[in-house]
Design a protein around this ligand. Structure first.
Ligand SMILES: [Ca+2]
Length: 351
């Protein structure tokens, strides 16, 4: 019996492998349930979160480890690209126009969210525009494939992604999703706002009040959740995000810091000879960033709200692109809430 079963299994595995190679450009394979770390994972879900072991095993058995996911995780765009090239991906006339259409479609919800949270429509729209081209590009990997691949076959961050895999199981149970139907990016980020499972569970909002937090297809939930993420990370309403800066003639060694938290203040940067306009007090946190523009270096000062954007995605380039795209779309929409000039930040006009 054993040998017959084994033979059948071998044949079917071999057939599947050949079919896979024919059908997919990159190699993929089922997760091996015999592996110690996979067994440990199943045991944890069963013991800590009371999952049915058969359910977990079935889900994992149906998932696939993919080389294309391992390749994608090794080269995120914002780490390898100069600012002007990265910015050019997002600040296209097409994307800005699409953003204006998107804004008008969701105007009412965006206004309500801004009223409730103090997070401006520009910011929410900018994030959705950079993350997914306003919902057009949300990723076509099965989230369970992404997280099993990275959780079990990507040692540098396997702990992190295995935790996200646990969160995915919990999320699907809580929100009544079919686990295997959920699609997302190669890193397991879902829907137009690209929330990973832990962020989804922690920050998603049921905006339309139907009892489910649906970040895949419900725009009220999606937009409310982005704003909630910002509010939860201490977004300061009506405060600026960035200012364009130049170096005064007295600036000998500018305190450039392209890190992810402001270590200087408005006063200390000014004292160093950095020239920029802001109404913030001297004690307000600030950082001077030097980016590679098309015609030489660009200097930007980031304030507290800039730091908040980097909590959504830990990249200075990302944060600046999302902010600028939101401003550009806001200008294109040309409605009630308007923006001040680029770089000075967001203010709400009196309606
Ligand atoms: Ca909902």
């Amino acid at each position: 019996m054993n040998s017959a079963v084994r033979t059948t299994k071998l044949v079917s595995v071999a057939t599947a492998a050949v079919l896979s190679l024919l059908m997919f450009p990159s190699f993929l394979q089922a997760i091996d349930l015999e592996r110690a770390e996979v067994q440990q994972f199943v045991a944890d879900l069963v013991e800590t979160h009371q999952f049915d072991p058969a359910y977990v095993q079935t889900a994992l058995r149906a998932s696939e480890s993919k080389d294309s996911i391992l390749e994608a995780i090794s080269k995120p765009a914002e780490r390898t690209m100069p600012w002007h090239e990265y910015r050019a991906i997002f600040m296209t006339p097409e994307r800005i126009r699409a953003g204006a259409t998107f804004w008008r479609q969701h105007q009412e919800v965006l206004n309500q969210i801004e009223l409730n949270t103090g997070v401006p429509a520009e910011m929410v729209v900018g994030i959705i525009g950079v993350e997914s081209y306003f919902g057009r590009r949300t990723g076509s990997y099965r989230v369970i494939d992404a997280l099993t691949t990275l959780g079990f076959d990507y040692p540098p961050r396997s702990k992190f992604f295995r935790r996200e895999l646990t969160e995915l199981f919990l999320l699907a149970r809580e929100e009544n999703f079919e686990l295997e139907d959920l699609l997302g990016s190669y890193a397991g980020a879902m829907g137009p706002p690209q929330f990973i499972p832990s962020s989804y569970r922690r920050y998603a909002i049921d905006g339309n009040g139907d009892g489910q937090r649906n970040l895949f297809t419900n725009w009220n939930d999606i937009l409310s959740s982005v704003a909630n993420y910002f509010a939860a990370h201490d977004w300061q309403p009506d405060q600026p995000v960035t200012a364009k800066a130049t170096l005064g003639s007295t600036a000998t060694e500018p305190p450039v810091d392209n890190g992810l938290s402001p270590k200087e203040t408005v006063a200390s940067l000014s004292a160093s000879g950095v020239l920029f306009a802001t109404e913030l007090e001297g004690t307000a946190p600030a950082q001077l960033m030097k980016l590679e523009g098309a015609n030489g270096p660009e200097y930007w000062v980031g304030f507290h709200n800039f730091y908040v954007i980097t909590r959504y995605n830990r990249s200075v380039l990302y944060a600046l692109a999302a902010f600028q795209l939101g401003l550009a779309v806001g200008l294109a929409v040309d409605t009630g809430p308007t923006t001040t000039e680029l770089g000075l930040g967001i203010t709400n006009a009196t309606p």
